[in-house]
Design a protein around this ligand. Structure first.
Ligand code: HGY
Ligand code: MN
Ligand code: MN
Length: 437
């Protein structure tokens, strides 16, 4: 992309006066939401499906139309870059993901990518030339719903996983991440992780009720909960539901059922910050007149303190062993993912807070309950996040909703947090010389 003409920033386009076009952002969100749209108004666009490929095609087209150059790495992570004056300066990056949960919403992930696109469009409209390049990333497989690990693309970028490990993972149908990525044509040749970042900012809906309850518009995110994911397999014996006496049964579903209650009780013992969820369960042979001989289930546990989370891990293992003993079942409990609790870079948190205050937006500091690509990018670059409310705090649900004015406000905070980094050493800027109102 050729750098826009070197314009002196006249008063009306001085960085501080810049504002995004909220209607244009909303239109982009609604257009992208058509790809994988569900009858209840949600989105089903699982990672590395054809729908993910079509969503990528649409957004990459918009990013190219905004003059950005496009690179794709071996994990399918997409990087759109708007040049800055100094071609050697590290990129100020934003972004998120466009893969969704099976019954996901229009805004989880999609908002962060399209808010980044809206920043590029706004800088173009105002002819702003930044010192640093400004980039937008689309990270592969953030949700971890089809392929474990969660945040696999950003995890590979940050060196948490090797590319081979990520590409070898298989979904419930035995299809590998690598084959699925190749099939949608998004296996790029850029080396994974070979990109110097000046900073990373991610805008996202909160996915919880706090901002809405407190009438706040912006969450200044200071970090995220630690997370441990498990696969838990209960093995008993398939048997006929009729002739088999109750005392002669080894019913794997009883083990799984007691484990669901034990997981809930464990989280309640560590409330309010401890969280634990069983979201996936596969009963075999899953026939109404067969005592289930095998049940595979997931456990998702989270806590802001790693030591506390390690204690919850021990309690989980003890509970599984006790249930297996009582019911005469085998239990194989395997930790399949572990993301330690994270704290974001103070200078980036300050940039988000300063932009929020300069824009006069009601806000609070908070820790993210959800995992985000920012958690892994924080390992390789100064990082922070910007939250906006979602309706009733509901997400990972087709009814997920957000207000256009809140999404616009979050994108304005993103714009000025990025400018605070991307303009420095060139044009004068406070947080970016933001003017009130
Ligand atoms: O699981 C999470 O927290 C994220 O939504 N993938
Ligand atoms: Mn997300
Ligand atoms: Mn999500």
């Amino acid at each position: 992309m050729t750098t826009p003409p070197d314009v002196s920033l006249s008063t009306e386009s001085a960085p501080g006066a810049l504002r995004v076009d909220g209607a244009r952002l909303w239109r982009s969100l609604m257009d992208l939401a058509q790809i994988g749209a569900t009858p209840k108004g949600g989105v089903r666009r699982l990672a590395l499906t054809d729908l993910d490929g079509h969503g990528r095609d649409l957004v990459v087209g918009w990013l190219r139309d905004a003059g950005a150059s496009i690179e794709i790495d071996g994990a399918g992570n997409i990087f759109a870059t708007r040049d800055g004056r100094d071609g050697t300066a590290a990129v100020v990056l934003t972004g998120s993901h466009i893969d969704t949960q099976p019954s996901g919403g229009k805004f989880d992930g999609n908002y962060g990518v399209l808010a980044g696109l809206e920043v590029l469009r706004t800088l173009n409209d105002a002819g702003v030339v930044t010192e640093h390049p400004v980039g937008v990333a689309i990270w592969t497989n953030e949700e971890g719903s089809r392929f474990v690990p969660v945040m696999g693309g950003s995890g590979a970028f940050a060196g948490v996983y090797t590319l081979e490990h990520v590409r070898q993972q298989r979904d419930v149908d035995g299809i590998s991440f690598g084959d699925a990525l190749d099939a949608i044509g998004y296996t790029g040749d850029t080396l994974v992780g070979e990109r110097a970042l000046d900073a990373y900012f991610e805008a996202h809906i909160e996915q919880g009720p706090i901002l809405e309850r407190e009438d706040k518009i912006i969450g200044v995110v200071t970090g995220a909960l630690g997370l441990r994911w498990y696969d838990c397999v209960w093995t008993g014996q398939d048997a006929h539901a009729g002739p088999t006496p109750m005392e002669a049964r080894r019913d794997a579903l009883r083990g799984a059922s007691q484990m669901v209650e034990a997981v809930h009780a464990l989280a309640m013992r560590h409330a309010p910050d401890g969280r634990a969820t069983v979201g996936f369960m596969q009963v075999s042979p899953n026939s109404r007149n067969v005592v289930p001989g095998r049940v595979k289930m997931s456990v998702d546990m989270r806590h802001p303190d790693d030591a506390h989370l390690a204690g919850m891990d021990r309690e989980l293992r003890d509970a599984a062993a006790a249930i297996a003993r009582d019911l005469g079942l085998e239990c194989d409990l395997e930790q399949v993912d572990h993301v330690p609790a994270s704290r974001f870079d103070s200078s980036c948190v300050d940039a988000v807070r300063a932009a929020t205050r300069a824009l006069g937006l009601p806000h609070r500091e908070m820790v993210s309950g959800a995992g985000h690509d920012a958690i892994y990018i924080a390992r390789v670059a100064p990082t922070s996040m910007i939250f906006v409310p979602c309706k009733d705090g509901i997400s990972h649900n087709e009814i997920e909703d957000a207000r256009p004015e809140h999404l616009e406000a979050g994108a304005n905070v993103l714009l000025h947090a990025i400018l605070a980094r991307a303009l420095r050493s060139g044009v004068t800027s406070g947080p970016s010389g933001i003017e009130h109102g």
